[in-house]
Design a protein around this ligand. Structure first.
Ligand code: PMT
Length: 406
């Protein structure tokens, strides 16, 4: 019950994603929240107030000038009642009105009158989302402290593909829980992490790499930012958007990743090495494309060891709280514990990458987390949930660590 006794005012504006709002109310209530719904005029074209009244257990408010509603919980009272105002879906039109500071109907007036944080879950056609007017409105709202949750990218009701999908109701529930959980446990800390693969060039067109997608590391970066950390993400080549509020440094090779980490590590309190770093690189990169020849059936490449980035962080005199990952296919515990000790880590998260549906390039993962004298299983879940769980352990151990600087 992550939202027990929390009061959430759910605003619904006009868009096809409004059909998900009833599900959102149910999921918020599952977590113990008291939910009251306010709809704009156009929202009622997509979903009926009766549906939302049935799922929320309260009458739905939709009019600023309704004497009966004002005699009950008036609009100022409603604005003061909320611990959080969440508008999902938030249409381009609603955001434009909010950016202009308008109070032209009940929902926009409540946004002006509430002392509570206001979060928007934008949902619209991808071209409308990309429109400079919408982007300028979003920037204005963000600069006033309005929280922007999403949008997601993908296929849309109109057949287009791109950014503009409302975040999944369960994801929005998690965002509400994080927002309302009180002080952010990583506030004031700089968290540096690596993600994705490295690429080790052989010649101008070929390289050695691995199957890391960056999903685990990017989920950690996002979760850490949500928990209040200043996050620097050093990423190998991946095809993922940068999480909100995260500073991203793109690199290709292990040597570049090593240099980027050491340029940022001095003022970091927590370092997480989630990247799948290539252990070896070519002794010499051929300046020209390596050619196949008629008489050679074999090609011998000479490889040399790359720097071990996390071990070099672990060896620093004032090292940050250092968390490694171990991707193993056999004897997971034994190898993970060996790395914990050898690389002078404070914690290591081991994934069994021999199992289907977890580890490299999947959306889910399962970890066994080890620290000196203890361990904990994080069962199979989506990578964002795993990231949040792992960071909760990191916070606990960082705080217990006598080197922890507040
Ligand atoms: O990116 P995804 O597709 O989401 O997949 C996630 C993941 C499986 C890549 C991730 O969960 C993971 O396990 N990352 C570490 C993979 C790995 O290469 O482990 P390793 O056992 O080789 O390395 C152990 C630790 O040393 C790691 O923290 C690694 O970042 C670090 N290391 C390794 C070699 C090196 N030269 N420098 C390093 O810093």
């Amino acid at each position: 019950m992550e939202l027990a006794d929390k009061r959430i005012l759910l605003g619904i504006s006009g868009g096809i994603a409004a059909y998900k709002s009833a599900e959102l109310v149910r999921r918020l209530k599952d977590q113990g929240a008291d939910v009251r719904v306010v709809m704009t005029r156009s929202a009622k074209e997509f979903i009926t107030p009766l549906t939302l009244q049935a799922v929320s257990g309260h009458p739905v408010a939709d009019s600023l000038l309704d004497p009966a509603a004002e005699a009950g919980m008036g609009h100022i009272e409603l604005a003061k009642w909320a611990d959080l105002v969440l508008i999902a879906p938030a249409s381009a039109n609603l955001m434009a009105r909010m950016a202009a500071g308008m109070g032209d109907e009940l929902l926009t007036t409540l946004c002006l009158a509430t002392p509570a944080p206001v979060a928007l879950a934008p949902a619209m056609n991808q071209q409308m989302y990309r429109n400079p007017a919408t982007q300028a409105n979003l920037a204005t709202l963000a600069s006033r402290g309005i929280l922007l949750w999403g949008p997601d990218s993908g296929s849309q009701a109109c057949g287009d593909v791109g950014p503009g999908r409302m975040l999944d109701p369960l994801e929005l529930v998690q965002r509400c829980a994080l927002q309302l959980q009180g002080p952010q446990p990583l506030a004031g800390l700089h968290l540096l992490l690596t993600a994705g693969p490295t690429r080790e060039a052989l010649d101008p067109v070929r390289f050695i790499s691995n199957h890391s997608s960056g999903k685990m590391g990017f989920a950690l970066a996002r979760a850490a930012a949500e928990m209040g950390a200043r996050v620097t993400l050093v990423s190998g080549p991946v095809n993922l958007p940068t999480p909100t509020g995260v500073t991203r440094i793109d690199v290709e090779s292990a040597q570049q990743m090593h240099d980027a980490v050491h340029a940022a590590v001095a003022d970091s309190q927590i370092f997480i090495g989630c990247a799948a770093v290539a252990d070896y690189r070519a002794a010499a990169i051929s300046p020209q494309k390596i050619k196949k020849t008629a008489d050679n059936e074999e090609l011998v490449l000479t490889l040399v060891k790359n720097p071990d980035i996390i071990a070099s962080v672990g060896a620093l005199p004032n090292k940050p709280f250092t968390v490694g990952f171990a991707a193993e296919t056999v004897d997971v515990e034994q190898y993970a514990l060996g790395k914990l000790q050898r690389k002078r880590l404070d914690m290591i998260a081991a994934n069994d990458v021999s199992r289907a549906g977890q580890g490299f390039n999947s959306d889910d993962n399962a970890l066994t987390v080890f620290w000196p004298g203890g361990s904990q299983e994080l069962p199979l879940a989506d990578k964002l949930s795993i990231a949040r769980h792992l960071l909760t352990l990191v916070v606990e151990h960082y705080q217990c660590d006598h080197r922890g600087r507040p």
